[in-house]
Design a protein around this ligand. Sequence first.
Ligand code: MLT
Length: 266
Amino acid sequence: MTDITRRTIDTARGPMTWLEAGAGWPLVLLHAFPLTAEMWRPQLERVPADWRFMAPELSSAVPASGERTIDDYAADVGALLDALKVDEAVIGGLSMGGYIAFALFRRSPELFSGMILADTRPQADSPQGRDGRAKMRELVAREGVGAIADQMLPRLLSKQTMAERPELVRRVREIIESNSPRGVDAALDAMMTRPDSTPDLPRMSCATLVIVGEEDAVTPPTEADAMHQAIERSVLVPLAGAAHLSSLEQPDAFSRAIADFLLSHI
Ligand code: MLT
């Protein structure tokens, strides 16, 4: 099995930690909320030959207090790539990771040799969505990260996974609960104030892979299809037997979609 290493480097925005596997052309995977880079282990284990997969810990450079924007996370990822002297990479993310990929594209489109948008959406939060985030911020302050895991797990995983794959449910809970309350609060702050990325889609000229779990109720297949229609050089891969965390629920099919995309389009 491929070796996965956890590394840390000083960047212009503070120390950044990331998981890494393989060697060769760089590909960056940005994790979902409220998870960590650990969610990408199945993809790092299946890194194709001649590729170097890197999964930043998006909370590693978050200051202990203060407001947080989606642009801050994008700047952190940009600073990591700068520190690693990577000036071009395939960059992608799942859900919140996708929101950050959109923000990084607005800052530094030249960094993108390709893009992966998994179980994500370009729109900003609705007023109702923002209210929900505010309630979650209260919940994490009051009851801690375990309460966030209780609320999120049934939204992230399919009904079948929740009922029949206790090991995976346990692993996702463990990843969620490894976050600090501050890390969760900062991500909620950033997501609830993020701008609409829809106007950027027609400007995305790099090859783009859009992946979506067929049972994803958070960022549903209809939205993935709309993104695919709006991004000229995109391919759409729906994954059966997966909801929102399609990379964890269908790791083989998800990794195969990435490998096929890299082979045919990059
Ligand atoms: C995620 O998976 O990153 C979150 O569910 C995204 C969101 O809440 O908008």
